[in-house]
Design a protein. Structure first.
Length: 397
């Protein structure tokens, strides 16, 4: 009888392992984008640079604009994880077939590479899932990006909920009156008549004299226009949530965690650079959760949930390597760097009027940033801060 029970248990375990293997194979075939990983079989790798991308998803014009971007360096010999947060507004050069000068914000680069038909002059070798963004980041950071992992917001929320939420120690309280509500982006919030009157100005179908004539005729209309341009949360309050986070330890479900890592218009710690620091706090909180959770029971739901929300060029060899490191994760030491206007970047405007960030030395001059990241990786402290050495040069698309 005992032998039969043991045999039954063995069969059940075997069936379970086969089921997990099939599930993982189906999942992997769905998310894998082959041919984009950096490999060199002649040099045994001990350090990996992995790019994490977060994008909105859904069905709209900016589906694949990367709201969040972070390079995570895994050093398997020194047992170190280094996190480098990259702000979305960095102004970067995109390689073209013709050699023509083409610049864009870095948060658009992943999407540009996905849809080369919209950018016919994009250099052929960088067309495809992940290739372009990996190349551009290597140019400005000096780090060769080995792999990328891109996840949309829906997948992010579901994963955190499956894990049972995360506990994050919020360093500084902040309030964001401009946190966007999904699906409300074009809602006029009952201001249809006022919006109709200023449409000619927004569409630039009137000259300055016409604009003055429209706005000077109505004080309420002038106030509405000013709010549309500078304080959209006042012009269209139904599009935005008034988001608040208090300082201290907080348990967050998926939706709350997404808001915490996305907010970028807050008073206090809610700036774009503050957001990068919060994303690094989140990564550490997920690490702590994963180490303390019973992951075996969560593998299947995570696999099922992510197959339509995740893309990566992690190959089976790399996945096996990282899984092998999982048991030693408690031994790893984490460090972080946020690229910002307090170290290597400076705020500017693009030729078409967009808010952008460039190197302090000037557009496309990344020497200071390259040096700073090298010193961060080598743990040379304090890392030197880039200083202006050249006049800012305007760049045309």
């Amino acid at each position: 009888m005992a032998k039969k029970i043991v045999a039954a248990i063995v069969l059940l375990l075997g069936a379970g392992l086969i089921f997990l293997a099939v599930k993982f194979h189906q999942f992997y075939q769905h998310i894998y984008a082959p041919g984009t990983a950096v490999t060199n079989k002649n040099v045994p790798k001990t350090t990996y640079n992995i790019l994490l991308l977060g994008y909105g998803g859904g069905q709209h014009e900016g589906t694949y604009l990367t709201d969040s971007m972070m390079i995570v360096q895994l050093d398997t010999v020194a047992k170190k994880v280094r996190m480098i947060s990259v702000p979305r507004d960095i102004w970067v050069k995109v390689p073209t077939q013709s050699g023509a000068d083409f610049h864009a914000k870095i948060n658009a680069v992943y999407q540009i590479g996905l849809f080369p038909g919209n950018y016919p002059d994009l250099r052929q070798s960088y067309r495809g899932d992940g290739k372009l963004i990996k190349y551009v980041l290597s140019q400005i950071t000096g780090l060769e990006v080995d792999h990328y992992v891109a996840m949309d917001f829906a997948g992010f929320v579901r994963v955190i909920d499956i894990l049972g939420g995360v506990d994050i120690n919020v360093k500084s309280a902040f309030e964001d009156k401009e946190y966007p509500i999904a699906g409300k982006e074009r809602d006029l919030c009952g201001q249809d008549e006022l919006f109709k009157k200023i449409e000619p100005i927004l569409n630039k179908t009137v000259d300055e004299a016409g604009k003055t004539g429209i706005l000077d005729s109505d004080h309420q209309l002038k106030e509405f226009y000013d709010n549309v341009m500078d304080k959209p949360y006042l012009a269209f309050p139904c599009r935005y949530e008034d988001l608040k986070f208090n300082a201290g330890m907080q348990h967050m479900d998926g939706e709350t965690a997404l808001k915490f890592v996305r907010s970028r218009h807050g008073i206090g710690d809610g700036s774009d650079f503050g957001r990068s620091a919060r994303q690094q706090l989140f990564i550490q909180a997920v690490k702590d959760k994963v180490l303390s959770a019973n992951l075996i029971t969560k593998i299947v739901p995570v696999v099922d949930e992510l197959k339509n929300n995740l893309k990566t060029d992690l190959d089976p060899t790399a996945i096996k390597k990282f899984i092998g490191e999982f048991g030693a994760l408690k031994q790893y030491r984490f460090s972080s760097l946020v690229l910002s206007d307090s170290n290597f970047l400076v705020a500017d405007n693009s030729p078409d009027g967009q808010y952008i960030l460039t190197a302090k030395e000037g557009i496309d001059h990344w020497t200071g940033l390259l040096t700073g990241i090298r010193d961060f990786v080598l743990e040379i402290t304090p890392a030197p801060t880039a200083s202006p050495s050249a006049t800012m040069r305007p760049t045309t698309r």
